[in-house]
Design a protein around this ligand. Structure first.
Ligand SMILES: Cc1ncc(COP(=O)(O)O)c(C=O)c1O
Length: 305
């Protein structure tokens, strides 16, 4: 609906892998916007907007995939203000917003914008009920929803009606709110367990995000570690993670891992992070010092005084 080949799309870097793949399929020019622990950086977005037309901004402001970070309130306000001024539609992908374990709820971009910017809000039952249902929803202006419905018809005809009816029936009889509260209690404990285990088991030089919700956290490893080799060694110890590289639009400056905390009980998380920490310590001990230094130097050039 929004894009033609060659159009520039601003995305958080790193970003949700499947979204990057969709953009690549449409041959758009994906413009990476740097992020930190408070989400997409507004100075970087502003610089991108100043460089020339941006046709769309795509981001996951709350409990981002892969980092687990959340866009700070001031940045939300700034983003919708910039999008409104430059008339750039914003796609707010929010599959995880309901899964909050700490901190207080922030306004969605859609509500922060108060109609100043065109925000297309997306969410899903995938993270709260079942991903196999393939049912989600969009909130946007009337003309935008109509255009999306026409485009969707030519893409997949329609979302399975039987599943939608079954889901509607379920929501009449099932207490989804109580279910989400239960998920938050269980996942919150698992998140805290993983954070504690990382602190105890990961070698010095590794650092990670501290999510207030969602399913993942993001870990930066000392330069010189190959996440591909690390994954093979970890799998041999029956622990898996997602290497960070594919979430970036180009080569990342450091090695990263995405760790999921929602899927295993606390004891398994404790055990798994312990094993991963030992594998990582071995990888660091085996990495030739020269290699670590040269990668480090490439990633972060020495500051000139
Ligand atoms: C940011 C983001 N958007 C969308 C999805 C997928 O949602 P759905 O199952 O509704 O396609 C995911 C799942 O991993 C995600 O992380």
């Amino acid at each position: 609906v929004l894009l033609n080949p060659g159009d520039r799309v601003a995305v958080e870097n790193p970003s949700y892998l499947a979204a990057l793949q969709v953009f690549q399929g449409y041959e758009v020019d994906v413009h990476p916007i740097a992020s930190d622990d408070d989400g997409m950086r507004m100075d970087a977005l502003e610089a991108a907007l100043a460089q020339g037309p941006v046709r769309m901004i795509y981001l996951t402001p709350t409990f981002q995939n892969p980092k687990g970070t959340t866009l700070a309130l001031e940045r939300r306000q700034r983003l919708v203000e910039l999008a409104g001024r430059h008339q750039v539609p914003v796609v707010e992908d929010d599959p995880y917003g309901e899964l909050r374990y700490a901190g207080s709820r922030l306004p969605t971009l859609a509500s922060a914008s108060a109609g100043n910017a065109e925000v297309i809000f997306l969410s899903t039952f995938s993270k709260t009920l079942a991903p196999g249902l393939r049912v989600g929803w969009a909130v946007a202006s009337g003309p935008m929803i109509r255009a999306m419905a026409v485009a969707k018809q030519s893409t997949d005809l329609h979302t399975n009606t039987l599943t939608q009816r079954a889901l509607a029936q379920l929501l009449r009889t099932f207490d989804l709110k109580a279910h989400v509260a239960r998920l938050c209690a269980v996942y919150g404990e698992r998140c805290r367990t993983m954070l504690g285990a990382l602190q105890r088991s990961f070698p010095q030089g590794a650092q990670w995000t501290r999510p207030q919700g969602g399913l993942f956290l993001w870990c930066q490893l000392p330069d010189g570690v190959s996440t591909e080799r690390l994954l093979a060694a970890a799998v041999a110890q029956k622990v898996a993670f997602v290497p960070g590289d594919p979430f970036f639009t180009g080569a990342p400056a450091h090695p990263y891992l995405r760790l999921n905390f929602s899927n295993r009980p606390p004891e398994a998380i404790e055990d798994g992070i312990g094993r991963l920490g030992r594998v990582l310590a071995q990888a660091l001990a085996a990495a030739p010092v020269g290699q670590v230094e040269s990668v480090h130097a490439r990633a972060r050039p020495a500051r000139r005084l």
